[in-house]
Design a protein around this ligand. Sequence first.
Ligand SMILES: [Zn+2]
Length: 323
Amino acid sequence: MNREALDELKHQIPLMGYLQANDWQPARPLSRGRWMGLCPLHEDHQPSFLVDPNKDLFYCYGCGRGGDVIRFAELYHQVRFPQALAMLCQWRGVAPLLQETARFYGIQLHRHSEAVAYLHQRGIRSPELIEHMRIGYAPGGCLRGWLMQLGYTLPALCQAGLVTAVGYDSYSHRIVFPLEGNLYGRSISLSAPPHRFLPGSKGGLYGWEQARLCPEVILVEGLFDYAVLWQAGFRNITCSLGTRLNARQLRQLCEGTRTVYLAFDADFNSSGQQAAQCLSQSLRERGIPARLVSLPDGHDPSSFFVGGGNAHEFHRLLEEASL
Ligand SMILES: [Zn+2]
């Protein structure tokens, strides 16, 4: 990438917007439109991170690091310069495209009875929940045409991962959940791999904006777990999309003081429980009280509710959760 292209990229991704999309919050204003806030690059307790939106530069008085949006992406995601560039390019191009895709798939859901039937089978019925999670359906074979008609080019769709190299829709016969900067697709047929994401990061914790305000948070590993809990009236829930948290998700969970209830799968090979054990230990090392919710053998929160469990019973599991 030459000098001009770099300047163009930086111009298109204002530092402040990128920081805020990554959960950074300005704490207090300074002169000339600059802001101070907690440093997202080191464990900061007093705002020492200065941002100048006019110059698109940052500097931290705590860890002494500073630079532009590319430098920030390098440090924040712990990647080298070329990878940081690739991440930023992807971020720049993909956001509006994903919005459009989510909207399209949302419309498809109610046009395909097999998708609605699958949701029912997974215990999902509430229209409010479908709207809250923006659940959609990818029938396959129609997204590409729709997006190209809107002016998106085939290479852009391929680069985002929405269309395969040979030109087919990547998501086919899948229930889809829009994530921040990604799209999760759960296959409704047994012949395809169950889970699919777009290339790139799965993003931060799902539903964190709402959950972060709660003194007690329930962490689940799958979006269907999140869905049934939300439908049962729980609002202090968040989802890590797998048992392995990325650095950003761990950071989110550890900012502030809260108790974390880990409600991972009680699968027969106990991998979910092992992951929960490890995570609870690393949370405690960071001063976050963590509790392990023990579901009946072979269950995850989703199957617990589908199998007839209710909010009252789940509350009891939370009360009984061990340290
Ligand atoms: Zn710092």
